[in-house]
Ligand binder design. Structure first.
Ligand code: ZN
Length: 467
């Protein structure tokens, strides 16, 4: 009876942990490694275990760094089911398909270069077709219901409050007379974040496997964030300009829409037109709307109070490229939410081209911008940007709004762990080394628990782990 950490050990992406008991193998997550080219090449390597020997996958949530290698696992021979929350199943349907599409585009681009060099073509990591086929393995579960997935192995998903459908996984294992309970945090949400409930406290475990993304950080307060957004909208209105918001399709986009809906009157939004200009974000938003039974109390109240009128009466979904291009002519009064979140692709680049050289344009950055991306260049104060071979002056005002993180900060992580009885041992995953060691130190001094940071490929014997 043991667990091995095959991904998101010493890093943030590629979440993948293998649990073995009594000859059965369960994979917790099967995520894509993300980052630079070198990192992403690792996705093509063979799995460090036999995919044919995996009996089931339990998926914590739909983010691609947790789900993105499932189509590869299936292609490599995995023949079992994928258990996840039913909302995660809905989100995976669009996210894995999108990943397949991007893989195909990447391969096309790569192969044009290879052809010119006289090299043999490469195959996409996996295709849209692979992603669609993978969805047939998905079994959607509800929160809080215990399910026997294999003889002697039960799971229960608890709301992790990170994105829609995100789950903490409770896993009960038996081998002969030995019984152990493992709790895998998945990604934990930020307390008080809009729309979703706070991460569910869990009381008992023999071993806790816990994320540590922001183990070394405290987030800015939500009130400050709201005030920042309000100020941007007021300034842009005074200057009669447009507002551009580059946003990730799942989670952040819905959070922004929620803030706009909730403050519709207070922020004078009736004078604006709001455009959601991303087919994927539109689909994700529709899934969020469909699963309104998962909302927190505040969002549920807003939802119930607006049965008879739309939440944001001036919100338009621009699905087609043609509708999107029509926005190029709008000079003022438009709030445009478009992907990609770091401006590396997608429709936001067109909107930047048509707006960013105007002094009355406001760009609101609401998420993390990785080094080397166009979004990061804007945050870092670039005076000019290059788009489609054209140099464009940046005259727009660039605002970075913090406090919208989908992850718990150090205080949130300490609080969640603090609800366990008897201080079970903890293994930290899903964090850069500095973040994990900061959380290790903080947890150790706050609780006296035995805390370690998982190393890549490390194995922990669960029969040894006991309360
Ligand atoms: Zn996540």
């Amino acid at each position: 009876m043991d667990i091995r950490f095959h991904g998101a050990a010493g890093e943030v992406t590629g979440s993948c942990h293998l649990v073995e008991t009594a000859g059965r193998c369960i994979l917790l997550d099967c995520g894509l490694i993300q980052g630079g080219r070198k990192d992403e090449e690792r996705n093509r390597e063979a799995f460090p275990f036999d995919p044919k020997g995996i009996d089931a996958v339990v998926l914590s949530h739909a983010h691609i760094d947790h789900s993105g290698r499932i189509p590869l696992l299936i292609r490599a021979g995995f023949a079992g089911p994928v258990y996840t929350h039913r909302a995660s199943k809905d989100l995976c349907r669009i996210m894995l398909k999108d990943a397949g599409y991007l893989n195909e585009k990447d391969a096309e681009w790569e192969n044009r270069k290879r052809q010119r060099k006289g090299l043999a073509p490469v195959a996409p990591l996996y295709t849209m077709q692979d992603a669609v086929a993978a969805m047939r393995r998905f079994r959607g579960l509800a929160y809080d219901e215990k399910t026997e997935i294999l003889p002697g192995i039960d799971i229960r998903l608890r709301d992790a409050g990170h994105i829609l459908g995100s789950a903490i996984v409770e896993l009960w294992l038996a081998k002969g007379g030995t019984r152990r309970k493992l709790v895998f945090s998945g990604d934990l949400g930020h307390r008080g974040a809009p729309i979703l409930r706070d991460p569910t406290p869990v009381a008992d475990a023999d071993l806790v496997v816990m994320e540590s993304t922001y183990g070394d950080r405290l987030h800015r307060s939500r009130d400050e964030t709201q005030a920042e957004l309000a100020a941007v909208i007021a300034n842009a209105r005074a200057e009669r300009g447009n507002i551009l918001i580059p946003a990730f399709a799942v989670g952040r986009t819905q959070e922004i829409l929620y803030h706009l809906a909730r403050n519709y009157d207070a922020w004078g939004l009736a004078e604006w037109q709001v455009f959601l200009d991303s087919p994927m974000a539109i689909e994700a938003t529709e899934i969020y709307l469909r699963h309104n039974d998962l909302y927190d109390r505040e969002a549920a109240a807003l939802w119930d109070g607006n049965r008879h009128r739309p939440l944001l009466p001036n919100l338009s979904f621009t699905r087609t490229g043609r509708q999107s291009m029509q926005l190029n002519r709008v000079r003022s009064g438009a709030i445009i939410i478009a992907g990609s979140g770091m401006c590396t692709g997608g429709r936001i680049r067109h909107h930047l081209k048509h707006n960013v050289w105007r002094g009355n344009c406001h760009v609101v950055i609401v998420g993390y911008q990785a080094r080397g991306t166009l979004g990061r260049a804007l945050v870092d104060g670039a005076k000019h940007i290059r788009l489609w071979g054209e140099t464009i002056r940046v005259a727009a005002k660039i605002h970075t709004v913090g406090g919208l993180s989908a992850h718990a900060d150090q205080a949130g992580l300490l609080d969640w762990y603090g609800r366990f009885e008897g201080r079970p041992p903890v293994v930290l995953v899903h964090g850069e080394p500095e973040a994990s060691s900061a959380l290790q130190a903080a947890l150790g001094s706050a609780t006296n628990a035995a805390v370690r940071v998982a190393g890549p490929g490390e194995r922990i014997d669960l029969t040894d782990a006991a309360r």
